[in-house]
Write a protein that binds this ligand. Structure first.
Ligand SMILES: [Zn+2]
Length: 217
């Protein structure tokens, strides 16, 4: 490799790393929608990004840490709850950010909990992922950058999307249990305008579940 090409490749790596880490360009503030544990939208708030690497290592299970902080994947069908449909709210296991309502969960047959829409579009972040030579769309928690899973274009109506998540990246709060835990970061600004943003249903090519099984599993 010529020296010039080598430098170009290095700069590409640096850009790739910065995009992956997100905060290099996004700053340390993020706007999310807060929800009660009963799944009701409360308000949009601007929060500091949650960064607690040492604490997460102590508090999370080794598998949850590997999935959320090291972009891992739990084995399919391995974690109970992927096929449960009890009404409730799924929050980020790292920072309590509200992620998915059980009302949008569906049976994908993949062995991972699958949803057709996040609870609020700004609560998750989608990033092109080129790991293992494949192009996929990674889904992260917008508040703490936890890796949650990937989103595909072969989901059911109304969005046609399949948010394929890792069970260990989320905690489930069944409706009516009376605990109103919310992201523990201090709210500094409130606005409800972002909540009305439509979900990002794409024009992307559809891949059937059969093809999914051939490709992935
Ligand atoms: Zn989080």
């Amino acid at each position: 490799m010529q020296r010039r090409e080598f430098i170009f490749a290095l700069s590409g790596l640096a850009v790739g790393f910065a995009l992956r880490s997100g905060s290099a360009f996004a700053g340390n503030k993020v706007v999310i929608m807060q929800f009660s544990d009963d799944g009701k939208p409360l308000r949009a708030v601007t929060l500091d990004k949650v960064v607690r690497d040492l604490e997460w290592k102590k508090r999370l299970s080794p598998l949850a840490y590997h999935v959320t902080r090291e972009q891992g994947t739990e084995p399919a069908f391995s974690v109970p709850g992927y096929d449960k449909h009890e009404p409730g709210l799924y929050r980020c296991v790292c920072c309590d950010n509200a992620l998915f309502d059980a009302a949008t969960k569906f049976d994908s047959g993949t062995g991972w909990p699958s949803f057709w829409q996040p609870v609020a579009p700004q609560n998750v972040r989608e990033i092109a992922d080129h790991l293992f030579g494949m192009t996929r769309t990674e889904v992260q928690c917008a508040l703490c950058d936890a890796h949650l899973g990937h989103v595909f274009d072969d989901g059911p109506k109304p969005t046609g999307l399949r948010y394929c998540m890792n069970s260990v990246a989320m905690k489930f709060l069944p409706h009516g249990h009376g605990n109103n835990a919310r992201p523990d970061n201090e709210a500094r600004h409130a606005s409800s305008s972002l909540f009305n943003s439509p979900p990002h249903a794409g024009e992307r090519a559809k891949v059937s579940l059969r093809e999914f099984h051939v490709k992935w599993g």
